[in-house]
Design a protein around this ligand. Sequence first.
Ligand code: TNX
Length: 673
Amino acid sequence: MSTPRHQALRLETLWNPPADGKDFSYVLNLKNLAAEPLSGFSLCISGPGRVDPAGRVEGATVSRRLSNFTEFQPPEGFVLGTGETWTISVHALSWQFRHWTDGATSAYLAFADGSTVSLALEPTRSAASNAPLKRGAEIFPVPASVPVQVSIIPWPNHVAVASKQPLPAGFTLQAEDPDAKAATDSFKVLVDHLFAVEGIIRSAAEGAAAVTLKNAVGFGPEAYRLSFKGEAITVEASSRTGFLYGLVTLGQIWRGARLHPRTFQFPASGEIVDEPSMGWRGLHLDVARQFYGEAEIKKLMAVLAWNKLNRFHWHLSDDEAWRVEIDAYPALTEIGAWRGHGLAVPPLLGSSPARTGGYYTKPVIREIVAYAEELGIEIVPEIDIPGHCYAMLQAIPDLRDPGEAGSYYSVQGFPDNCINPAREKTYQVIETIFSELIELFPFKTIHIGADEVPLGAWSGSPEALARLRAVAGDDIADAHAERLNVITNTHGADDIHGSGTAILQAEFLKRIQSFLASKGCITGGWEEAAHGDVIDKAKSYLCSWRNVEVSAELADRGYEIVVCPGQVYYLDMALRPDWDEPGASWAGTSDAEKLYAFDPVGGWTETQKQKLRGIQACIWSEPMTDRAVFDRLVFPRLSALAETGWTKPSSKSWERFKALAGLMPLLYGLQQS
Ligand code: TNX
């Protein structure tokens, strides 16, 4: 299907916030600047914002809506003459817009014969803001004078370096020990990937200084000592990752002195002795809402390693797509990995009417896992169940009760998006999928999601209701049946507490978790997996996303916790509340300084702290259609998180971090202009 972009057919979108007692409106103006009149079409848009299905729309009727995909139908017999504008005013949205990335990020016309034409589309404007829209990372320039001699992020535990010596042109690495040798290989690959032209690794003939790697006993798995004695530079560690981190520190010191010679110095004596304060220093990436190819993921792994981050939580499935090859169910990727006009999943979140998307083949996954492992990063794959499964269900409809009546809706506006916990088939399929994943991911930790199951889930499923009746009695089952066709828009979390949904979900999670445990795996879940307190706490952990109080309470109940509160650690949240900032702000906004200052265990007792596994930033990809938005939202906040996970609170300093952050790599290299 061809989808030419028609420059003479333009869609302008405008956000009018509520003002002077008037309600808000979202206005779409379709302009026909072509030589021919236009008829027999409908207008399709998608972007993070959602048109409320029950709401008032002027100038059109909503003929189709799935989450943030909306199709508008003009009045019967409508013709848009040349030079004319068709105006649609939307007065009901699932939530009000706050940022320029909230509006439509793709728009096209659909015709009765199935053909489509993409429209020229500018970002949504707000009637309340004329400020230029921000894209690209906000870079903190490295100042002329800084509080420290060396440039290192995250800042080490113990830095005692003194005096300076001329900067070597680069380094040659000398190692006998197998772990040390492996680390030198990893380091070469890493700097080649991130800073190829700089030549950190060189030969003696090119004037490189020798660095000796020595195995030393007694270092922790990520610990190292880096010492300088005139021309003798030494890295000591007891593990491959320890050696690698010692080299990363050396590389960072070198880059600072090389790129900012008046600001930083290369030490002539002294040492750095270092190890992390937290064991889990992670990043979560949602590759369902937007697809990121192998090259992007590998570069991201390199960026993580340069920040000494060691976990990658890979969100491989969601309502909008399925991204991993499963041999037993090819339909998952044949159907679930693609969006497009007329396909099982429509264009969502800015994807075009043409078939777009993608998935990771098994060889690609193996390649990425090996690459990450070489860089000290363990990968946790996530298949989000039982909710967030619209794409999976489009591919394998058997995971729904065929007798299911009516509809329930998820918080993101997907109907009937939960696989059915009362069906044996569900367990067969999920266990087969997980068995294949276990083969691919050697870390043996599988995240099963469990977030945001709607309060009305399975309320029209006779199979689920019968099961509920058997395990929880008539009252609960009857109350649950009442929830059908009620748009609950619940975020899961506590809203489902004690409900039929929570009971059915708990049964399901318990069984899946025992299965994973039987395969020697730890189960990860979002905090809603704690409903019913059924998963084995010794073999699981929770990602706690609401706030530190909830994290502390879950720790009290005995769960191991990875702290990732939405207000600060969700990197899809905007830096500031302004319209010209991209991103969302439903959980709050935070710039790098706020993220840096945030205490992930604020108010926790010592006993609660025993349950802290670590911290994690989460990238949800709804607004990431534009990769300059990705760079803006992720950097340097990711480095601020890395320092929080590594550096003891008493050694943190925003002034120092801000002075050094400009040296850290971006994923795409797109800076605010
Ligand atoms: C909530 S919190 C989600 C995701 C969305 C994200 C957007 C949680 C575990 N789930 O499905 O992408 O908000 O910020």
